[in-house]
Design a protein around this ligand. Structure first.
Ligand code: NAD
Length: 307
């Protein structure tokens, strides 16, 4: 039967996974990104769905009828939360749904850096010979992984490194209650300084805020092991990129894997100095970019907005 008239209307600012879009069309009248009516969302929308668009305070304040934003994914740093709060607009994200995909990419980046996979492959592609003696990788089994931020992704990374490498896990998260640490018997809670100093792999899983910007800079890197690998699959700027380039070049640390950059997508012009070392591997924010994850997170955004 046609319930079209009774369904709420949602404006879809970004193209979402096709199955999730179909699902949204069961629950809502959906104004698709390709629909000319989408241009009028600021006049008309009470509900919007989005993924990667940004929303400034100005745009939010123009949208006078807006009541709730369904945001596929976790990070909401591109939406002016203050403007939403003062207008009583709910931002509904999908925490946890993409944790497995991001954590698996953390493992992949770690191994790519530890065994120089991306750099060796790049040399083969350019028809260069790669002698075994030019490669000297790192073993991960039994090593220590240091985690800053023990939310959904930090916990998933801990689980994967425990399973894959029987890793020792030290973590810093000042907002986690003692009871939550109690549920993680294989994780040792520590200070941020100790996590940084003891880590063979240091991976950050915190939101980007004024207090997490440049959380790991040259000063911290000087306290790390020369064989340490840093992974940033959280947000560009949490690990200082210029400091990282310098530390890797000087052999202060071994290398790094970055899924998140200060400039996205990362361009050759800006990142060549980091990449030329062969020890810094980048991916263009693909942590959640698996078909299954895109479908699941988009569906979750639709369902949570509908609730
Ligand atoms: P989450 O909210 O479940 O966990 C974040 C954790 O960080 C929380 O436990 C919080 O207590 C902790 N935290 C906050 N400030 C801290 C600080 N100063 N020091 C230490 N801990 C602090 O979020 P999540 O799902 O685990 O995601 C973490 C981050 O990963 C997100 O904020 C997002 O920016 C990023 N992310 C990246 C991708 C990607 O594609 N690469 C995908 C999803 C999320």
């Amino acid at each position: 039967e046609d319930q079209g008239s009774t369904k709420p209307t949602v404006y879809m600012l970004d193209k979402l996974h096709s199955e999730a879009t179909k699902h949204a069309q069961c629950l809502f009248n959906v104004v698709l990104p390709s629909d000319p009516e989408l241009q009028n969302w600021q006049q008309n929308a009470e509900f919007i769905l989005m993924k990667s668009s940004s929303l400034s305070a100005e745009e939010i304040n123009k949208a006078q009828r807006l009541r709730a934003i369904g945001k596929q994914g976790v990070g909401i740093d591109r939406i002016d939360a203050k403007a939403c709060q003062s207008r009583g607009i709910d931002i509904i994200n999908t925490p946890g749904v993409n944790a497995t995909a991001v954590a698996e990419l953390v493992l992949a980046l770690t191994m790519s850096v530890a065994r120089e996979i991306a750099s060796v492959h790049g040399r083969l592609v350019q028809d260069q010979q790669v002698g075994k003696e030019s490669c000297s990788g790192l073993i991960m089994t039994g090593k220590t992984i240091g985690l800053v931020g023990m939310g959904n992704i930090g916990k998933a990374v801990a689980r994967i490194f425990k399973g894959a490498f029987n890793a020792k896990i030290v973590a810093y998260d000042p907002y986690m209650p003692a009871s939550a640490w109690g549920e993680l018997p294989h994780v040792r809670a520590s200070t941020v300084a100790e996590v940084i100093e003891t880590a063979d792999v240091l991976s950050v899983h915190v939101p980007l805020t004024p207090s997490t910007r440049d959380l790991v800079g040259y000063k911290q890197m000087l306290n790390m092991k020369p064989t340490a690998i840093i992974i940033n699959a959280a947000r560009g700027g949490i690990v200082n990129e210029l400091d990282l380039a310098r530390a890797v070049k000087e052999g202060v640390i071994w290398g790094a894997g970055l899924d998140c950059h200060e400039e996205e997508p990362p361009t050759k012009a800006r990142y060549e100095a980091l990449w030329s070392s062969g020890r810094i591997v980048s991916t263009p924010h693909i942590g959640a970019a698996t078909a299954q994850t895109q479908m699941e997170t988009a569906k979750a955004a639709v369902d949570l907005l509908y609730d």
